[in-house]
Design a protein around this ligand. Structure first.
Ligand code: UDP
Ligand code: MG
Length: 320
C-alpha cells in the first residue's frame, strides 16, 4: 500500500473548498478502504497567499478531518510555485503525489486510475483531458497552436496535459534538483525522463468562483514555456544573419557583373545591397553572442545532467 498525497494549490478558493474537501476526502477514504492507498495518505492544500477565508477554512477542515492538511505561503507566488511548494513538502512524507486544481475541473474519481498506473511501475502519470468540449473556440485554437509551437521549438510536452499528474517519490526527488525559478512544470516533468503513462479524463467546468488565471498570467506562463526550455529563437537570429548576408553578397555580385558588362542600372541597388550586408553581418554577430548566451542560460539553470532510474549490481566479494 502506498502513501498518496493529493496536492492542491489554492488561491482565493473559499467558494469551492468545502465541496472539494468533501469529494476528495470521500474518494481518498474509499481508496484507503479498498487497500489501494495507505491510511497515512493525505490531502495537502497549499494556500498561495489567499486574501479570502481559504486558510481559515483549511485550518477548520484539518481540525475535523485527519485526512486534510495544509501549508500557507506568505505571499501569492503563482500556481506553479505553489504547486512546487506542495510537492516538495509532500516529497519526504509520501510514496507518490497527485496534483489537482482546487476548482474540481480535474476529475477526482480518476485517483484510482492514477494509482493503478503507479503500481504498474510508472514514476509519472499524466492526466490528459479527453476533449476540449467545455472550452471556447478561442481557447481551443490558441491551446492547440501553442502545443504546435512548443513542438516546433523542441520542447517536450504532453498534448492536452496541464498540471494534473502523479509523481513518484523518486521523480519528486529528481525534480528537487532543478533549481530554476522560472517554473514550467509541464515541461520540466517530461524532461526528467522517467517511465510514464497517461490517464484520460473529461475536464469539467469550474465548480464555483472565478478563474484565477487571467489572460495576462496565462500569456506569462506560455512565454515561460518557450523561454525556459528553448534557445532556438537565439539560433534563428544566426540563420537570419547568414541568409541576409548571402542575399546581399549575391546582390553586390549582380551589380558588379552589370557594371562590368556596362549595362546601365541605378547605383542605388548597390547601396541597398551594401546596407543589407551590414545588417546581415550585425545579425551574425548577434547570433554568435546568442550562442554563448544560450550556453550561459543552461549553465545558470544548473539542471542535473542525468537521472538514474534503475540500477543492478552484483555484490563484490569485499562487500559481504
Ligand atoms: N492558483 C494558485 N495561485 C495563483 C493562481 C491560481 O494557486 O496565483 C490555483 C487555483 O486556486 C487553482 C489552480 O491554481 O487551484 C488553477 O487555477 P484556475 O482554476 O483559476 O485556472 P484555470 O482553470 O481557469 O486555467
Ligand atoms: Mg480551473
Amino acid at each position: 500500500m502506498s502513501v498518496l498525497y493529493v496536492v492542491v494549490p489554492c488561491y482565493n478558493e473559499q467558494e469551492v473548498l468545502g465541496e472539494t474537501t468533501r469529494r476528495l476526502s470521500d474518494e481518498l477514504t474509499r481508496l484507503i478502504g479498498a487497500g489501494v492507498c495507505h491510511p497515512d495518505s493525505r490531502i495537502l492544500y497549499v494556500d498561495d497567499g489567499s486574501k479570502d477565508k481559504t486558510w481559515s477554512m483549511i485550518e477548520a477542515f484539518h481540525a475535523e478531518n485527519p485526512l486534510v492538511c495544509g501549508i500557507k505561503l506568505a505571499h501569492n507566488r503563482g500556481h506553479q510555485n505553489a504547486l512546487l511548494a506542495g510537492l516538495m513538502t509532500a516529497k519526504d512524507r509520501c510514496d507518490c503525489t497527485v496534483s489537482m486544481d482546487a476548482d474540481l475541473q480535474d476529475d477526482v474519481t480518476v485517483l484510482g486510475a492514477f494509482m493503478e498506473k503507479y503500481h504498474q511501475g510508472n514514476q509519472v502519470v499524466y492526466g490528459v483531458r479527453s476533449s476540449r468540449k467545455t472550452d471556447t473556440m478561442f481557447k481551443r485554437a490558441t491551446a492547440q497552436g501553442y502545443y504546435k509551437v512548443l513542438d516546433a521549438l523542441g520542447v517536450e510536452v504532453v498534448y492536452n496535459h496541464a498540471d494534473c499528474r502523479l509523481m513518484s517519490r523518486q521523480a519528486l526527488e529528481e525534480l528537487s534538483h532543478y533549481r530554476e525559478t522560472n517554473l514550467f512544470l509541464r515541461g520540466m516533468v517530461p524532461h526528467l525522463g522517467f517511465q510514464s503513462d497517461v490517464v484520460y479524463f473529461e475536464r469539467a467546468e469550474r465548480f464555483a468562483g472565478e478563474s484565477k488565471y487571467p489572460l495576462k498570467k496565462m500569456l506569462a506562463l506560455a512565454w515561460d514555456g518557450i523561454t525556459s526550455f528553448s534557445v532556438k529563437p537565439l539560433q534563428w537570429v544566426w540563420g537570419a544573419g547568414i541568409g541576409l548576408s548571402v542575399l546581399s553578397v549575391l546582390g553586390l555580385i549582380a551589380c558588379l557583373v552589370l557594371w562590368l558588362c556596362q549595362v546601365p542600372f541605378s547605383g542605388l541597388w548597390a547601396a541597398v545591397a551594401a546596407v543589407w550586408l551590414m545588417g546581415g553581418v550585425l545579425l551574425i554577430a548577434m547570433g554568435i553572442l546568442g550562442s554563448y548566451l544560450g550556453k550561459l542560460y543552461f549553465e545558470v539553470k544548473d539542471r542535473p545532467r542525468f537521472a538514474v532510474e534503475k540500477a543492478v549490481f552484483s555484490q563484490n566479494s569485499h562487500e559481504e
